[in-house]
Write a protein that binds this ligand. Sequence first.
Ligand code: C5P
Length: 280
Amino acid sequence: MERAYAKINLTLDVLGRRPDGYHEVDMVMQTVDLSDLVWLDETDGDAIEVESSSSQIPADHRNLAYVAADVFRRAAGIRRGVRIRIDKSIPVAAGLGGGSADAAAVLRGLNRLWNTGFSADELAQMGARVGSDVPFLVQSGCAIARGRGERLERVDHSLRAWVVLIRPPVFVSTAEVYEALSPQDYTSEPRSRQLVERLVAGDLEQVQALVHNGLADAAKRLYPEILQVERRVEHLSPVPVHMSGSGPTLYCLFAARGPAQRLWGAVRGFSRDVYLCRFV
Ligand code: C5P
């Protein structure tokens, strides 16, 4: 069994559009201990089968877990069949990298199942063929991710912040959010370096001040529900409210469990999609 951790973006700066249609980004990503569970079993046939506990994700070749298994088998020159079972806890299409985390777990898991001995870097390179966030999610922890997300600089820090995740009731298409960006959403001065310095120093208040998401304005223009939920949470929260990835998930960071749990309880008053977790 592989545990597939969700991620949040502490920064996401968009530098501009690239000739290949993707966007050049610079972001600080951090895994949190909200996770899917992924089981892999070899089968007698040669098919890749996907089962999941959620009806919200496709159980076929469109699933990133399937794509990851396909990429892995080609890279390893293996044709054996595999059954992938995903026990979903990470909200779907939420900006938390759930599908990418499952895909990364498949890469790690097949590497173990078939004793193929690929390094974490090699798995990350395979991951880049599956999706922009997959390379980061091959390992847990924190990293600066550049390029379209695949160029990683791992960051060691020991801050174990508490995180309240709030998922507004809307499904977001990452491609649509990127498509809706305008030049005002771009920046030439990413703040990843500064934020990482504060993370390493263990200063959460300073980290809070630098958290930024260049997709947030575009996401809120497309999905006003995000703004509505954000206002309600802002009203209840003693700390700033941020958005992860292309949204819609909002999050608040806390140094201690107590106030995080109080916010979680208050948000539960109007939303079932709220989670209490921690940096991992
Ligand atoms: O790489 P992934 O398939 O997760 O990306 C989903 C979509 O998000 C891409 O098709 C692209 O439209 C957009 N994207 C982008 N720039 C990135 C990452 C994603 O424009 N750095």
